[in-house]
Design a protein around this ligand. Structure first.
Ligand code: HXC
Length: 257
């Protein structure tokens, strides 16, 4: 399928999604949301695909939610239609999604990056929640996910002042997993995604699910959730193949069962 606001290509078992509204620095309007939800649903449903990468342009991952689309809206419309609720569906993607961020990731752009499973940043990346300058606030989870990612001090300062964090600060703060030269960003993200997509599919789902559980549960419940899923993986063909392959000093081959 083709999308109005995205370029989607498959590189082996990796789905590379490029946000493509260059005239608006990839500002996230309802069309991008609809396209992304459709692309993620297709990715999740395709057993040939194991990991996705979402990237933008060199200048901007995404400069925010589309301000021109929101400008004329009032409370009644926003509330009645639960504006932005569609983004919750993006976070329900079951296979891993890597954000590869170059340039601006502001407002909704930063929030989209944080909805992904981890962020790889180009050295040119700039993260921020500048909504307060528009007399509003984060609305796609930024106040919650940024606080969990970098702690209260930085999250509060960024939300209250709207200042941007560069790639080096984002790495120190734990917002991004790694920083790479801008020219190598997409290649490095696809390489990382290829590694993930080469793992046993059920183990990939389980690992993603249990790390995410850490944000929703107490330690004891989270550890129990992990252990139960770990036990469950011993019901898979791939577990027995993976351990046999190790003992026999060969590479494992996965059936996804
Ligand atoms: C709609 C946007 C946009 C946005 C940029 N554009 N950001 N359109 N929504 N969020 C458009 C500009 O209007 C312009 O269109 C074109 O993209 C290029 O942008 P410029 O500003 O000319 O580029 P530049 O001077 O290089 O500045 C880049 C920038 C700046 C620093 C990123 O564009 C900027 O500050 N953008 C807004 C950032 C922001 O406030 N984001 C948070 C959005 S609110 P034209 O047609 O003029 O060429 C948000 C809210 C979520 O995300 C929660 C609820 C509100």
């Amino acid at each position: 399928p083709t999308y109005e606001t995205l370029l989607v290509e498959q590189r082996g078992r990796v789905t590379l999604v490029t946000l493509n509204r260059p005239q608006a620095l990839n500002a996230l309007n309802s069309q991008i949301l609809a396209d992304l939800l459709a692309a993620m649903a297709a990715f999740d449903a395709d057993p040939g695909q194991g990991c996705a990468v979402i990237t933008g342009s060199e200048k901007a991952f995404a400069a925010g939610a589309d301000i021109k689309e929101m400008q004329a809206q009032g409370f009644a419309d926003m509330y009645a239609h639960d504006f932005f609720a569609g983004w919750d569906r993006f976070t329900k993607t079951r296979k891993p999604v890597i954000a590869a961020v170059s340039g601006y990731a502001l407002g909704g752009g930063c929030e989209l990056a944080m909805m992904c499973d981890f962020i790889l940043a180009a050295d040119s990346a700039k993260f921020g929640q500048p909504e307060i300058k528009l007399a509003v606030s984060p609305g796609m989870g930024g106040s919650q996910r940024l606080t969990r990612a970098v702690g209260k001090a930085k999250a509060m300062e960024m939300c209250l002042t709207g200042r941007m964090m560069d790639a080096a600060e984002a790495e120190r703060a734990g917002l991004v997993s790694r920083v790479v030269p801008a020219a190598e960003l997409v290649e490095e993200a696809v390489k990382t995604a290829t590694t993930i997509a080469g793992m046993a599919p059920l183990a990939v789902l389980a690992n993603k699910e249990m790390v995410n559980a850490a944000f929703e549960t107490s330690l004891a419940m989270g550890v129990q959730f992990e252990r139960r899923l770990f036990h469950a993986l011993f019901a898979t063909e791939d577990q027995s193949e993976g351990m046999s392959a190790f003992v026999e000093k060969r590479a494992g081959t996965w059936t996804g069962k």
